[in-house]
Design a protein around this ligand. Structure first.
Ligand SMILES: Nc1ncnc2c1ncn2[C@@H]1O[C@H](COP(=O)(O)OP(=O)(O)OP(=O)(O)O)[C@@H](O)[C@H]1O
Ligand SMILES: [Mg+2]
Length: 371
């Protein structure tokens, strides 16, 4: 286990005019699970490769347990990486694949045997040890790749999209396994994904990146309730947050086909902003009575997607198409004129100039559950 610290870390690839990663600052807790998430090309892999030492950083310092590792060889950093393309050696058995790095480090035969078998038991692959990679399913191969990293008992794990080759169901299963594994081993882990659901479910803290710049590093709940800016707000949550351009009119924000009443916090946050961007998550919209004029939007239903547990409905409100997540079985059809509403405490507000958050939301925590 270790504390990893990034101080103003940046990288410019030779010949490139822009920075692939810019001013990355983070101090992990000992044993923390940190997720890096963001769109393709935002610098996630570059950051991981700099921590591993596979890529030189051009700015800043990287420290592991307080020791500056700038210039320290990857093999001397005590870090194990698992990549998307886990490239097992095809001619070696699972046992040989898992023990290979220990063999290179001149571990004794009994030692290797013991470590490999222990890790195989943790991962539930002890019966597969004599098989070759081609005789395994995708999920089993991924477990071997994890096992190969775990036997080294590193101080830090770096996992770069390790599940992206797996089908959706297997991904969900493996996601849970990796979380359990992290709980068992307690090794400080950096995990890269561009899937925000994976980030939210796995990360103790999540760093949201865009164009080489960290937008926010926070707990999943804080990212959801208080996203630093419009980008984070739109990136975190599925389906994505709806955004509406509005003007302030007393205690309301109004726009084409909508008028939303602000609560006290909203009024205080919106003060001094003639123009404002309103954010509403699909799960906070509900069908409204047509005579309820408090906080609502009117429009026409364009698409209905029944998903069983809930129904997604796309409604055109003026120029904007909004997504609402409504109860299943509501009688609405494409082309219907509907009114949807959102309670004032669920409105997010953003500055239209710099897109920074002015007001987030508070989710009540269940403090009086019986257990
Ligand atoms: N070896 C390289 N030489 C030059 N530019 C590079 C190199 N590797 C990456 N880049 C550039 O650096 C930026 C960040 O790339 P990086 O691979 O870190 O992104 P990423 O967030 O991991 O993306 P993805 O989700 O697609 O894996 C991109 O603009 C990319 O084109
Ligand atoms: Mg990458």
């Amino acid at each position: 286990m270790a504390i990893v610290e990034l101080r103003h870390v940046g990288k410019r690839y030779p010949g490139s005019t822009s920075l692939a990663v810019e001013d990355f600052n983070l101090v992990t807790q000992d044993g923390e699970f940190v997720v890096l998430v963001g769109p393709s090309g935002c610098g996630k892999s570059t950051t991981m490769r700099m921590i591993a030492g596979l890529e030189d950083h051009t700015h800043g310092d990287i420290l592991i347990d307080g020791v500056n590792v700038n210039g320290v060889e990857p093999k001397d950093r005590d870090i194990a990486m698992v990549f998307q393309s886990y490239a097992l050696y095809p001619h070696m058995s699972v046992r040989e694949n898992m023990g290979f790095s220990l063999k290179l480090k001149k571990f004794g035969k009994t030692d290797i045997l013991e470590r490999v078998e222990k890790v195989a038991r943790i991962l539930g692959i002890e019966k597969l040890l004599e098989r070759k990679p081609r005789e395994l399913s995708g999920g089993q191969r991924q477990r071997v790749a994890l096992g190969r990293a775990i036997v080294r008992q590193p101080q830090v794990f770096l996992m770069d999209e390790p599940l992206s080759n797996l089908d959706a169901k297997l991904r969900v299963d493996m996601r849970a396994e990796i979380i359990k594994l992290h709980r068992t081993l307690g090794v400080t882990t950096f995990y890269v994904t561009h899937d925000q659901t994976e980030a939210m479910t796995m990360g103790q803290r999540v760093a949201v990146m865009r164009d080489g710049l960290v937008q926010q590093i926070d707990t999943p709940n804080n990212l959801y309730q208080r996203p630093a800016n419009r980008f984070v707000a739109g990136f975190i949550g599925t389906p994505s947050m709806n955004f509406l351009e509005a003007t302030l009119d007393g205690d309301r924000v109004v726009g084409e086909n909508f008028s939303l009443v602000l609560d006290e916090t909203g009024c205080a946050a919106a003060r001094d902003h003639a123009q404002i961007c309103v954010g509403i998550r699909p799960e906070h919209l509900h069908l409204s009575r047509r005579d309820d004029h408090s906080c609502r939007l009117t429009g026409t239903v364009e698409v209905i997607e029944p998903l069983g547990a809930f129904t997604l409905m796309q409604v055109r409100v003026g120029k904007t198409v909004m997504t609402a997540q409504i109860e299943p079985g509501r009688r609405v059809a494409m082309g219907d004129a509907v009114a949807v509403a959102c309670s004032a405490d669920k409105l997010y507000l953003f500055d239209t100039k710099d897109n920074l958050l002015l007001k987030g939301i508070d989710l009540q925590e269940d403090s009086d559950l019986p257990w």
